[in-house]
Design a binder for this molecule. Structure first.
Ligand code: S3P
Length: 182
């Protein structure tokens, strides 16, 4: 990322459902004190209903429009530095991928399918995984999204075997390097 302008000093977490974005977001918030924006939570609060119900009642496209709208708001908002934790499917739109790269340092949290399955099977919050064969769905979605995460991220982090605190420390170190060596 030498040919691009240095983005604002926001830290943006992307990655598949269950990759640890919310946990790492909280760890980064505890260390930096920057405001933590969990996009799914903001959308749920504004809509007054959980994501699963938004999907059920209005469909995925409606949710994706809310997601892009919020991203644009965050991009236009400026202000204090933020940690932004995104939903796993945010990279599906080209418009979102390009916005994200301009909004801050983008960190892709990566985890293998087995770990994703193990974590996401603990509850029924994720409408896209409420299918007969969630493992196959995870594999298919991951394969489709992998190039998008790759294209959007400034940093890829393999999360296997590391806890949120350990991940946060590594991310902070490389963010510091990134912002001081554009
Ligand atoms: C989605 C991921 C979810 C949420 C929605 C759709 C996806 O967020 O935005 O259920 O398409 O991968 P998490 O990644 O926080 O689970």
């Amino acid at each position: 990322m030498n040919d691009e302008e240095t983005p604002p000093k926001n830290l943006i977490l992307i990655g598949f459902m269950g990759s640890g974005k919310s946990t790492v977001g909280r760890e980064l918030h505890a260390r930096l004190g920057y405001e933590l924006v969990d996009m799914d939570t903001v959308i749920e609060q504004r809509e007054g209903r959980p994501i699963a119900r938004i999907f059920e009642e209005n469909g995925e496209e409606y949710f994706r429009n809310l997601e892009t709208g919020l991203l644009k708001e965050l991009n236009d908002g400026g202000g204090a530095r933020k940690i932004i934790s995104t939903g796993g499917g945010v990279v599906g739109r080209e418009e979102n991928r390009s916005l994200l790269r301009h909004m801050g340092y983008v960190i892709w949290l990566h985890a293998p399918v087995e770990i994703i399955y193990e974590r996401t099977s603990r509850n029924r919050e994720r409408p896209l995984l409420q299918t007969e064969n969630p493992v196959a769905k995870i594999e298919a979605l991951m394969e489709k999204r992998q190039p998008w995460y790759e294209e959007t991220a400034h940093l890829k982090v393999d999360t296997a075997g590391l806890d949120g605190g350990e991940l946060a420390v590594g991310i902070l170190e490389s963010a510091r390097y990134f912002f001081s060596n554009p």
